[in-house]
Structures are given as structure tokens and as C-alpha cells.
Design a protein around this ligand. Structure first.
Ligand code: NAD
Ligand code: DAU
Length: 336
């Protein structure tokens, strides 16, 4: 493998993945990204003049564009998506366009160009919600998505599966749990709470704050993706996760403690409709078959993340002064 196409590489996980690939492999990378509200070229500023990196602005639903790009590469790692559950509750349409139609457009182009490998980056949310005593999600569990976002991702997983079963396209699917780390857009729990705590603003916790997520440091996810890209078996699904279940309240308390901010900032607000109670991932398959395991423990990962947001105020202030702020004001009445 010499070159890969990364879709959505200007977003949170995609930008971390590209940085890892450039620093730890000899691969060349084409980054195709539409630069929606979540895409930010500042995330990859350090690579702008790297001869092994090229940025192309465009949408994954543009079949002529993606076909042309796929002719230049051996594999595609597909991150591009509308990724925020709350936004999908307000308006599901962009989720279907990018996550479903966009994925199918990429699959069609992969087929017509004879692409050697298509890695589809999916999520634990496709499995639905767990009760407290349920076993962690396994790759063989049924898909029971609850939010429009999760339903669009589950649909894209099924389109990828169909391309493999019907056309023999060399696909692999990964499903990962909640990521955190540098460059995460501040609509998601950890960056939102970190920034609000730094600014002395209320921390809006949905419902009772006892919903559980399994947290993984983004670099661990990216290393897992690279491992699957290099050694995963075609047609297979691999769960990735941090084996780190925490309630939202525990996450917020960890942030407050590190920032020495008062507990009184915690504000319980109306619950998210259809809010999944618990996610947890069984990652024994990828551990046993590919030898991947998450390395960064939560204490280290959250401290590094908070330090990054402290040191990169310019990055998030520019975001908060722009489109995101307008969106947040329109939908939630502002940040404070
Ligand atoms: P993100 O919202 O930070 O980034 C998404 C990127 O996709 C942005 O750069 C955006 O501009 C781009 N994009 C959106 N629509 C596009 C289109 N039509 N054409 C081209 N580019 C487009 O998302 P993220 O958190 O980095 O997630 C990346 C992927 O990983 C998604 O597929 C998501 O479902 C999956 N995932 C995320 C998590 C998580 O915790 N964040 C966990 C598991 C899986
Ligand atoms: O599990 C993987 C998924 O994780 C990815 O597929 C998604 O792309 C990603 O956005 C993330 O989805 P979540 O809905 O779990 O992430 P979010 O950060 O939006 O919320 C995490 C938890 O925190 C969830 O239980 C809702 C809660 N929450 C979130 C926000 C933004 C709050 O209580 N208050 C908030 O303001």
C-alpha cells in the first residue's frame, strides 16, 4: 500500500489519524473534506507543506470527484460524517445525505476503480443501548440504533456490508466507542465541559448524569484503525473501545477537579430524547486476532486533553466566535 484516501480528515478523529499515518508510516494521504462546521484546516496546519499530504475540498457525494481521487490510491479510510447526536435530533436530513448517500457514493467509486481496501469507520451507537447487567456489545449483536445519527450510521454499515456481499468489495468495518482528545469540536461532552469550566460557565448535564459511555483516547482509536487497515481481514467487523466505562457525572467531576473549578457549575438540564443509557464494548476479537489494545488510561488521557484545551485557547475561541456559536444560540439559547 502506497497511498490512501482519508475522508473527513479535517475533523476530530480524521485529523488525528492523518497525523499518525504521516508520522509513523511511509503512506501518502489525500484528505477529502467538505469543511462543514466541524471541519477545520487548522487541525492539520503542521502538515500543510508535507509532500506526502494533500488536501482536497469536496463532498463525498460528488461521484466524479471521489472516483478521480480513488484512482490515485490503494485504500480509503472513511471518516466523513455528520457526527453529533443532538444535531440529528433537530434535523436528520444532513445525516442521511452524508452518512448514507455519501457512503454509497464512495462504495460505488471504490467498485468502479478497483480499490484494494475500504475501511469504514463506524460507532458503538449502532448497537443501541445496554442495561446495567448486559454484556458489552459484541460484533455479532443486532443493530438497534436509537437516534437519527445512529440510524444513519447503522444504515451506512449495512450498505458497506451489502457492497461486500453483493459485489465482493474488499471492505472492513470498525465500530468504536466515545473518543476524546485534542481537536475535538466543542459541541461534544468533554471539550464542551472543559471550556465551560475554564470560563466559569454552567455545565449542562442531560437528565440524571448517570448515562454511561466507554471512553477511548483518540490516539488509541487511530492506532487501532491503522492496525485494522494493515492487518484486518476483509469482510470483518472489529469493535474498538477503551474498556473505560464512566458516567457523565464522573467525567464532569474529573474535569472540575483538574481545573480546580467549583461543583456548583454543574446544571442538570432536560434529557436528550431517546438518550442511550449505557455503551460498553467487547474488544476481545481485535485483541486476539490483531493484537491491538488501548494503551492510554483515562487519568493520563483526560489530563493531556485538558492541558491541550488550556494551551490552545486560540483554536476553540475562533470556533466559538463563528458558526458553532450561532448554532448553539439558536438551538440552546447560548452557552451560559
Ligand atoms: P467530526 O464531526 O469531528 O468530523 C467529521 C468531518 O467530516 C468534518 O471534517 C467534516 O467537514 C467532514 N464531512 C462532513 N460531511 C462531509 C461530506 N458530505 N463530505 C466530505 N466531508 C464531510 O467527526 P469525528 O468525531 O471526527 O468522527 C469521525 C468519524 O468517526 C465519523 O464517521 C463518526 O461516526 C465516527 N466515530 C466517532 C466517534 C467519536 O466519539 N467522535 C466514535 C466512533 C466513531
Ligand atoms: O459512542 C460513539 C459516539 O460518541 C460517536 O459515534 C458520536 O459521533 C459522538 O458524538 C459520541 O456520541 P455521544 O452522543 O455519546 O457524545 P456526546 O459528547 O454528544 O455526549 C456524551 C454523553 O454526554 C451523552 O450521554 C450525552 C451527554 N451530554 C452531552 C452534551 C453535549 C450531556 O450530558 N451534556 C451535554 O451538553
Amino acid at each position: 500500500m502506497n497511498a490512501i484516501l482519508v475522508t473527513g480528515g479535517a475533523g476530530f478523529i480524521g485529523s488525528n489519524f492523518i497525523r499518525l499515518v504521516i508520522s509513523e508510516t511511509d503512506l501518502s494521504v489525500i484528505n477529502l473534506d467538505a469543511l462543514t462546521y466541524a471541519g477545520n484546516l487548522e487541525n492539520l496546519k503542521d502538515l500543510e507543506s508535507n509532500p506526502r499530504y494533500r488536501f482536497v475540498q469536496g463532498r463525498i457525494e460528488d461521484s466524479a470527484l471521489v472516483e478521480g481521487l480513488m484512482k490515485e490510491v490503494d485504500a480509503c479510510v472513511h471518516f466523513a460524517a455528520e457526527s453529533h447526536v443532538d444535531r440529528s435530533i433537530k434535523d436528520a436530513q444532513p445525516f442521511l445525505i452524508t452518512n448514507c448517500l455519501g457512503t454509497q457514493t464512495l462504495l460505488d467509486a471504490a467498485r468502479s476503480t478497483g480499490l484494494k481496501r475500504f475501511l469504514h469507520v463506524s460507532t458503538d451507537e449502532v448497537y443501541g443501548s445496554l442495561g446495567g447487567d448486559d454484556h458489552p456489545f459484541r460484533e455479532t449483536d443486532p443493530l438497534l440504533p436509537n437516534s437519527p445519527y445512529a440510524a444513519s450510521k447503522a444504515s451506512s454499515d449495512l450498505l458497506v456490508r451489502a457492497a461486500y456481499k453483493t459485489h465482493g468489495l474488499p471492505v472492513i468495518i470498525t465500530r468504536c466507542s466515545n473518543n476524546y482528545g485534542p481537536y475535538q469540536f466543542p459541541e461534544k461532552l468533554i471539550p464542551l465541559m472543559t471550556i465551560n469550566a475554564m470560563e466559569g460557565r454552567p455545565l449542562p448535564i442531560y437528565g440524571d448524569g448517570k448515562n454511561i459511555r466507554d471512553w477511548i483516547y483518540v490516539e488509541d482509536h487511530c492506532r487501532g484503525l491503522l492496525k485494522v487497515l494493515e492487518s484486518g481481514a476483509v469482510g470483518e467487523i472489529y469493535n474498538l473501545g477503551g474498556e473505560c466505562e464512566k458516567t457523565n457525572l464522573e467525567i464532569v467531576e474529573a474535569i472540575l477537579e483538574r481545573l480546580d473549578a467549583p461543583r456548583s457549575l454543574i446544571t442538570f438540564v432536560k434529557d436528550r430524547p431517546g438518550h442511550d443509557r449505557r455503551y460498553a464494548m467487547d474488544i476481545s476479537k481485535v485483541k486476539e486476532e490483531l493484537g491491538w489494545t488501548p494503551k492510554v488510561d483515562f487519568e493520563e488521557g483526560i489530563s493531556t486533553t485538558i492541558e491541550w484545551y488550556k494551551a490552545n485557547r486560540d483554536w476553540w475561541e475562533r470556533i466559538l466566535s463563528g458558526e458553532y456559536m450561532r448554532y448553539y444560540e439558536e438551538h440552546y439559547g447560548g452557552l451560559s
